[in-house]
Design a protein around this ligand. Structure first.
Ligand code: FEO
Length: 391
């Protein structure tokens, strides 16, 4: 339990052991919940049910839970709502404040009766004795029910998952984002990039409100310059994430495709362009995809596997498709034994999901020989030169 401002407390929970957040690879995480004290006491969001008792304990270090008047649910996903039934047992008079969309979800998830729900909608104002809370619905910034809550008198915005980072909220408040930016990028890519047009609307709303403090539902609270820095990064990741960088993501069965990957990398490095080699069998997918988000070019490698490309590449492509790589350039490469159909199929799939194909697929029988090695290094240089011209 920690104080953010007069009458506003963080009562959330850190999970230092968290490694996998429904597919996102993380190193610890947090579920932020906030307690607002006034003539009405309001809890903003709950935490994942595993930590319901910790949430109750944190609340009761400040006020008895029975004194809660409202639980304001900004978003109904389980990590923020699943302690609701537990807390409602102690907060006997509390009503849930949420949008109609959110109400539909929590009624199905937890069989919450209608009489415990007070519906709110966009532009509503919850008036308290000393300040007010404005409601902004921001559908599909992440989920259909995603809602922002803003206290103008304190210039603080509760932004739910938006602008959050799935890391422990420690330190609780930060004023620059340099130490968390990679984790923030991973979180944005995994959860919000698919809806980047809506993310832009979310950014516009935050810019319009110009809050001094942004209190998200995961990770540290952003203050001052950290708010501006995070917004600037969200704009970049949403509108033009590509930089002068190449990602080479590959699957290799007998090291032939891996050898091509390393030779391409060698050529790219000769032109002083940043390159990241990713062996998909030994690298977290969520991290691979967020590395790819910022790449100007993505070179994908797979050997021919049965009648196509390797299943791990299928999985990676489903992630790649999710982030809508409309401005990314690319090339397919790989080895084959007696039919090069896998790499050709990979090339077609890359086109289909929006990658701009730089050149014909690079197909090598079995493994590169000496002459082919030189040609592959040269191909890496050519690709690097194109990247340099474009970024
Ligand atoms: Fe952190 Fe969409 O839940």
């Amino acid at each position: 339990m920690r104080k953010i401002q007069e009458g506003i407390f963080w009562v959330g929970v850190n999970d230092w052991q968290l490694k996998d957040f429904h597919g996102l690879t993380v190193n610890g995480g947090s579920y932020n919940s906030y307690l607002i004290l006034s003539d009405k006491n309001i809890l903003i969001d709950t935490v994942y049910e595993k930590y319901a008792e910790d949430l109750l304990k944190n609340i009761e270090e400040i006020i008895p839970a029975k004194n809660l008047d409202y639980i304001f649910l900004l978003h109904s996903e389980n990590d923020h709502s699943s302690s609701l039934p537990y807390i409602l047992n102690y907060a006997e008079k509390a009503k849930i404040l949420c949008t109609k969309k959110c109400a539909g979800f929590i009624k199905k998830l937890y069989q919450i009766p209608d009489e415990r729900i007070n519906l709110i909608k966009d532009n509503d104002v919850i008036s308290l004795k000393n300040f007010s809370i404005k409601v902004y619905e921001t559908p599909m910034v992440h989920w259909p029910d995603t809602t922002f809550a803003y206290i103008p008198e304190k210039n603080i915005l509760f932004s739910t998952d938006f602008l959050g980072t799935q890391i422990p909220a420690e330190p609780l408040i930060i004023e620059n984002v340099s130490t968390i930016i990679e984790e923030s990028r991973d979180y944005y890519t995994f959860l919000m990039r698919a809806y980047w047009e809506q993310a832009v609307k979310g950014i516009d709303k935050v810019v319009d409100l110009s809050p001094e403090i942004v209190a998200p539902s995961h990770g540290p609270i952003l203050k001052g310059n950290a708010v501006k820095e995070m917004i600037s990064n969200y704009k970049r990741w949403s509108l033009n994430p590509e930089t002068k960088k190449v990602v080479i993501a590959y699957v290799s069965m007998w090291k032939g495709t891996e050898k091509i990957a390393k030779l391409l990398s060698e050529g790219i490095k000769k032109e002083n362009v940043e390159v990241k080699e990713i062996d998909l069998a030994n690298f977290p997918f969520s991290e691979a995809i967020s590395e790819t988000l910022e790449a100007g070019a993505v070179l994908l490698g797979s050997p021919t596997f049965v009648k196509g490309y390797h299943p791990l590449m299928h999985a990676f492509l489903s992630f790649l498709e999710m982030i809508k790589p409309v401005c990314k350039m690319g090339m397919a490469f790989g080895t084959y034994g007696w039919a090069g159909i896998g790499v050709k199929a990979l090339n077609e799939k890359m086109k289909e999901i929006g990658v701009k194909i730089l050149c014909d697929p690079l197909l090598i029988n079995m493994t590169p020989d000496e002459n082919e090695e030189k040609a592959i290094i040269e191909k890496g240089r050519e690709i690097a030169k194109i990247i340099k011209e474009n970024y």
